[in-house]
Ligand binder design. Structure first.
Ligand code: PNS
Length: 168
């Protein structure tokens, strides 16, 4: 059984993430989409882990061999606990490569795991959750970049934030 993990912050999941997950689902018997904590992005988080899991579950529903999970600690610990030997990452551009290579090498130095890079489809090469949030915050149209159920939650959350509400 070839099992892989697609890790990320997914705050929120975008069409670019779904593209990578769907392609990984054709390469592996089982794919776990795992929501982890990126310390560098923690302060900019818009959705709780449960909210991100819910959106990912909707996004991954069309792929029967894909499941969704959350994890708190190291990705390598999650891999060990779940018998996972492959980490799948999307690469958008050369600018992603330095950081991703460093993480891949660190992860494989910790446990027996390989990182597999999948080049992002050209139509999504500019796409990042952080940019989606920024564009949407200023009223830009992101409807082609995220699934409709994400757009709905994003619009609601940003409106709550703008009104000074208690949303996550
Ligand atoms: O979508 P992101 O923010 O690029 O995802 C990064 C993520 C969450 C996959 C990465 O930060 C991660 O693996 N975090 C878990 C903690 C960990 O293992 N850190 C060491 C990485 S070498």
């Amino acid at each position: 059984m070839r099992r892989a993990v697609c890790p990320g912050s997914f705050d929120p999941v975008t069409n670019g993430h779904i593209d990578i997950v769907s392609r990984a689902s054709r390469l592996f018997d089982e794919v776990v989409v795992a929501i982890g904590v990126n310390k560098a992005k923690a302060s900019a988080r818009l959705f709780s882990a449960d909210e991100r899991i819910e959106m990912l579950e909707l996004a991954c529903a069309p792929y029967p061999n894909v499941s969704v999970a959350g994890f708190d600690g190291l990705l390598t610990t999650f891999c060990e606990q779940n018998g996972i030997k492959a980490i799948v990452k999307g690469l958008r551009a050369v600018s992603d490569f330095d950081y991703e290579l460093q993480m891949a090498q660190m992860n494989s130095s910790l446990v027996d795991v390989e990182t597999v890079f999948i080049p992002t489809s050209p139509e999504y090469s500019f796409l990042a959750s952080s940019l989606v949030k920024e564009v949407a915050t200023f009223g830009g149209d992101v409807s082609r970049l995220v699934p409709p159920f994400v757009l709905e939650r994003l619009t609601k959350r940003l409106a709550e934030r703008a009104a000074g509400g208690a949303g996550e």
